[in-house]
Design a protein around this ligand. Structure first.
Ligand SMILES: O=C(O)CC1=CCC(=O)O1
Length: 96
């Protein structure tokens, strides 16, 4: 199952900078692990925003929920999710 996810990061301005860097490093490590595993298929910065567009390829809505909830930045992000399905005009046979 494919999901398009927008994550907008809102780290509190008064957070200790070292703590913020630690959380971002943990987020990066998990994001890269999930990309290697094929769960986090695409990760794009939205130009001019502290936000990203991501594409997740997971087995269930529950799995997506569990992944998003475990992100170190989860408490500091607004997250929008759109479920995707195959478009009849797509030429990409591997879309699912
Ligand atoms: O910087 C972001 O957009 C939030 C984020 C998601 C994965 C990551 O490494 O940072």
């Amino acid at each position: 199952m494919l999901f398009h996810v927008k994550m907008t990061v809102n780290i509190p301005l008064d957070m200790d900078p070292a703590r913020a860097e630690q959380i971002k490093a943990e987020e990066k490590a998990l994001a890269q692990r999930l990309q290697h595993e094929g769960k986090w298929r695409h990760l794009w910065r939205i130009a001019g925003q502290y936000a990203n567009y991501s594409l997740f390829d997971v087995d269930s809505t529950q799995e997506l929920h569990d992944i998003l909830m475990q992100l170190p930045l989860f408490p500091y992000m607004d997250i929008e999710v759109d479920a995707l399905c195959r478009h009849a005009s797509s030429i990409h046979a591997d879309d699912r």
